[in-house]
Design a binder for this molecule. Structure first.
Ligand SMILES: *[C@@H]1O[C@H](CO)[C@@H](O)[C@H](O)[C@H]1NC(C)=O
Ligand SMILES: *[C@@H]1O[C@H](CO)[C@@H](O)[C@H](O)[C@H]1NC(C)=O
Ligand SMILES: *[C@@H]1O[C@H](CO)[C@@H](O)[C@H](O)[C@H]1NC(C)=O
Ligand SMILES: *[C@@H]1O[C@H](CO)[C@@H](O)[C@H](O)[C@H]1NC(C)=O
Ligand SMILES: *[C@@H]1O[C@H](CO)[C@@H](O)[C@H](O)[C@H]1NC(C)=O
Ligand SMILES: *[C@@H]1O[C@H](CO)[C@@H](O)[C@H](O)[C@H]1NC(C)=O
Ligand SMILES: CC(=O)N[C@H]1CO[C@H](CO)[C@@H](O)[C@@H]1O
Ligand SMILES: [Zn+2]
Length: 473
């Protein structure tokens, strides 16, 4: 009788072990499932609509975009990189690197080694871009053809190479024209195979966001209707050329947009005469080089305005990943959301702006994707924008360059990946353990109650067949 109960106890314990171990083995087996079957991957088209703030998706009606991600995946918010400007973030998307590691740190830069200045309007000197290598070049090494259309850096000869196809930057070329060239290049022709990776850039809704401010619903509705029409055009063009369902399409953006106001101006000249520093970049993240007495100048700037934070270079917080590069200036000033730094006067340069702290939701863009490699109807709340690069390399089977992203979260977007929600798995395992140990305790209690007296040492005597259990070997 008691021996039977001890046996039941042992069986319960083994069942528990089997379930837990079996579960863990299953997880491992699924995670290492053979994935090399995919011989030649589908081409990948990466599209950026500049300045597409994540919450525009909720605020405005976008039937074409909605249709696209309802058949694919949607990441509601991307945590992008600091500074939340166009060039740094577009370069992060195609390199997987934080700004300090790819070297495109702002819209206006100064390089103290070469003593050169960078402006987004005059950006073709390769030295600015050569600290990293964008995917449209790395993919060439896998024998692929590539295309990059108006994407920041795409018309620059980086490390002595360009994409197979590119346009010299010209904002006047319509979205439709850019798109037509891209689909033609992806299709290829009888003599040439098509491109495997194409990056396509469009200036809206950034332009309207700056001009009217993101809070102007009338203006933004119009701008986003045009963006959505362009997405419709993209889908019908893919259908027309027979590419639909055979290419993976990523639609994303570089940053969001915050509403600015004449009531939220920070005037540097109210605090410090401009003779005391050289200004490299102004708003909403100012970069400056003090002339002399750096400590005094920093002291003045750090008390200048309660909506502006001053950092000396080596005290810039780690989480911004904005320190380890010679192009980060000795002092940076970061305005609070919606504040604008100017030197003097009362003029607000733009009704909407971006560049602020990348932890602000208003600075975040989104990611939507569809195609044969993606799950259907899957939604998730967030992802790091640097994770898009390893995802794209995975989709193309291109060995990634060293980068700051991981595939860990991004693979949840893919159709052929088993993606475990870690807290859920841990919760399940703990739950199973709890239930089984409760059972064991109950059985023990019952066995004590039914047996004639306490026989605490009985269990120790019945240990003979433990070795036969393969799970315990
Ligand atoms: C994976 O599949 C490829 C071909 O599809 C095969 O050559 C390889 O041996 C497989 N690897 C494993 C671990 O099953
Ligand atoms: C662009 O920058 C280069 C130096 O990098 C300079 O020589 C050239 O004059 C600049 N062009 C314009 C139009 O400003
Ligand atoms: C760049 O390529 C050209 C010719 O294609 C070659 O002459 C030159 O040496 C290369 N430069 C570098 C830095 O590799
Ligand atoms: C884009 O396509 C048009 C023809 O549709 C062609 O004339 C033009 O050269 C192409 N642009 C580039 C940069 O190749
Ligand atoms: C919003 O933008 C429209 C142009 O689309 C402009 O006419 C209107 O004055 C703006 N409204 C506000 C409140 O700024
Ligand atoms: C980002 O990646 C680069 C290249 O691997 C590396 O040098 C750098 O240390 C990384 N940054 C962080 C914060 O891990
Ligand atoms: C703190 C500081 O160095 N202030 C100087 C800034 O520049 C003006 C004009 O050149 C000087 O008069 C200040 O002493
Ligand atoms: Zn932008």
């Amino acid at each position: 009788m008691t021996a039977n109960q001890v046996l039941i106890e042992k069986l319960t314990f083994r069942m528990l072990l089997r379930i837990v171990l079996g579960f863990l083995c299953g997880v491992r087996a699924l995670a290492t499932e053979n994935n090399t079957a995919q011989q030649r991957p589908p081409p990948l088209l990466l599209v950026s609509f500049d300045g597409f703030r994540a919450d525009y998706l909720r605020r405005f009606d976008m039937p074409n975009l909605n249709h696209l991600y309802s058949q694919g995946v949607l990441v509601e918010q991307l945590t992008n990189v600091f500074v939340t400007k166009t060039f740094p973030n577009h370069y992060s998307l195609v390199t997987g690197l934080f700004a300090e590691s790819h070297g495109i740190l702002a819209s206006n830069m100064y390089d103290p080694i070469s003593k050169k200045h960078f402006r987004t309007s005059n950006d073709t000197d390769p030295m600015w871009w050569s600290q990293a290598e964008p995917l449209w070049l790395t993919a060439l090494d896998s024998g692929y053809k590539t295309a990059a259309v108006m994407w920041p850096g795409s018309d620059v000869t980086i490390r002595n190479r360009t994409a197979t196809h590119f346009f010299p930057y010209d904002s006047k070329v319509t979205f439709e024209q850019r798109l037509k060239n891209v689909t033609e290049w992806i299709l290829g022709n009888k003599k040439e195979p098509g491109v495997m990776f194409a990056a396509l850039y469009w200036e809206e809704p950034d332009g309207s966001g700056h001009r009217f401010g993101p809070d102007n619903t009338t203006a933004m509705q119009k701008a986003l209707k045009e963006v959505d029409d362009n997405i419709g055009l993209l889908m019908s063009e893919l259908k027309r050329t027979g590419l639909l369902g055979h290419v993976n399409v990523l639609i994303t953006s570089d940053h969001g947009m915050a509403q600015c106001s004449e009531e939220r101006l920070i005037r540097l000249n109210d605090c410090l005469h401009p003779d005391n520093y050289t200004l490299v970049d102004l708003t909403p993240v100012a970069a400056l080089i003090p002339q002399k007495d750096a400590d005094v100048i920093f002291g003045i700037l750090s008390k200048c305005h309660k909506h502006m934070t001053a950092y000396v270079k080596n005290a810039i917080p780690d989480r911004l990943h904005y320190r380890n590069n010679e192009r980060v200036q000795p002092i940076i000033l970061v305005a609070d959301e919606g504040w604008t730094i100017i030197q003097q006067g009362n003029k607000l340069p733009r009704l909407g702006d971006h560049g602020y702290d990348n932890s602000l939701p208003s600075m975040h863009p989104f990611l939507a994707a569809t195609g044969p490699s993606f799950r259907q109807g899957y939604r998730t709340s967030s992802l790091q924008s640097v994770d898009i690069y390893p995802l794209m390399c995975h989709l193309l089977s291109v060995p990634p360059r060293p980068n700051n992203g991981t595939l860990y979260q991004a693979r949840c977007l893919l159709a052929d990946e088993t993606c475990w929600d870690v807290p859920l798995v841990v919760g399940l395992v703990v739950g199973v353990l709890l239930v089984l140990s409760t059972l064991t305790v109950l059985i023990r209690l019952l066995s004590y109650r039914r047996s004639s007296g306490p026989r605490a040492f009985q269990r120790l005597q019945i240990d003979d067949d433990d070795d036969d259990d393969p799970l315990l070997e």
